[in-house]
Design a protein around this ligand. Structure first.
Ligand SMILES: *[C@@H]1O[C@H](CO)[C@@H](O)[C@H](O)[C@H]1NC(C)=O
Length: 358
């Protein structure tokens, strides 16, 4: 009897090992196996009035709870590289969203697949994560009867591209796509590609809004959405430290989530004014005059183009329509030397094109 139990237990353990969705590569980074099970790739925590401290879907076989109110909003938060369900943008945005009546917040968890220093493998793993997300969203639309119009997906850094890829997957399977994707400083490394099936682009949702806060390091400079906001040019953010430190850029990157969180209850508002692109802004080609849009939770879904604004030095960061002392120079604010920036300036119009591919 004992021996049988032992053998059964051993067989069970072996089966578990074989069934693992992931393995490790020679650098110790987790690789998702083909046909890996979604239950071991991606988890979800649902927060709402009924579950203020979270409902762990993995504990219930990835089944959404009964009694979800299909006429309420669902906001899905996707963390980035080296993140988890409690880091950016969750830490900043979830507490604020839960103060909004009738909103359900879903925090994704796939931190084990995107740990530092496994960036290249994390980008690889973004694809299976997005496929699993699309599958889980289909369950939400099907069984829980939530409509796509009420679903809003917010991704930070690498998570912004996961939002785009998940919507592409949904389109491939059902011909439907997400209604609304918000990209918070979408990741740049390995995503500077013209292949739109490999990254976030405006065709991934009816409306894509983007906030750029670290365009010379973690984030992409070029516009990726229907509307793109560049607080403080997207180049530096206040009170983050000297620009040559990597921690400073982490702070710039995270600010995208902080501005978004603040926008939910800000009475002042983060108003930006229209300018064709960063190059034109730097060359003083645009002034605050007629065309404004509001950054953040209340961005109009009809907003189009690129918008520029400054922020306060400390929280609260929103400045409303105050465009005094706008900073339009990047000299001394990036890892690029002034000599290099001067060279770019001398390039004239061809430098304008350059900024479309950074
Ligand atoms: C579902 O949510 C809607 C909109 O927030 C609300 O009007 C309605 O009362 C809710 N229904 C239930 C059964 O709680």
């Amino acid at each position: 009897m004992r021996a049988t139990c032992f053998i059964l237990a051993l067989a069970y353990l072996l089966l578990q090992l074989v069934n693992r969705a992931t393995a490790f590569d020679h650098q110790g980074c987790r690789v998702v196996k083909p046909h890996g099970r979604c239950s071991s790739i991606l988890n979800y925590h649902l927060y709402n009035k009924a579950f203020p401290s979270g409902y762990d879907l993995a504990r219930r076989g990835l089944i959404w709870p009964e009694g979800l109110n299909a006429s309420q909003h669902f906001v899905i938060l996707i963390h980035g590289y080296n993140g988890n369900m409690d880091r950016s943008p969750n830490a900043e945005i979830r507490p604020e969203l839960l103060k909004v009546p009738n909103v359900n917040v879903v925090s994704l968890e796939f931190g084990a697949l995107v740990p530092d220093p496994c960036y290249v493998q994390s980008v690889e793993n973004a694809r299976p994560v997005s496929i699993c997300l699309a599958r889980q969203v289909r369950k939400l639309l099907g069984k829980a009867k939530v409509s796509l119009e009420l679903l809003h997906v917010i991704g930070y850094g690498l998570g912004a591209h996961i939002a785009g890829l998940a919507s592409q997957q949904l389109q491939a399977e059902t011909n439907l796509r997400f209604a609304h994707i918000t990209a918070l400083d979408p990741a740049k490394p390995l995503y500077l590609t013209k292949d739109l099936s490999a990254r976030l682009d405006p065709s991934d949702a009816d409306f894509v809004d983007v906030i750029h806060t670290d365009v010379f390091m973690h984030g992409i400079l070029q516009p990726l959405g229907h509307v793109d906001f560049y607080p403080n040019m997207g180049v530096t953010q206040p009170s983050c430290g000297p620009s040559q430190n990597i921690e400073t850029h982490q702070c710039y990157h995270k600010r995208s989530a902080e501005y978004y969180a603040e926008s939910i209850f800000s009475k002042t508002g983060f108003w930006g004014f229209y300018c064709t692109e960063l190059y034109a802004f730097l060359h003083n080609e645009c002034q605050p005059n007629t065309r404004y849009e509001l950054l953040g939770y209340y961005t109009r879904s009809k907003a189009r183009g690129a918008y520029f604004l400054a922020t306060n030095q400390e929280y609260p960061f929103a400045r409303g329509f105050n465009f005094d002392n706008l900073d339009r120079t990047i000299r001394g604010k990036t890892y690029m030397t002034d000599g290099f920036i001067n060279k770019i300036s001398e390039m004239g119009e061809s430098a304008r094109n350059l900024t479309k591919y950074i």
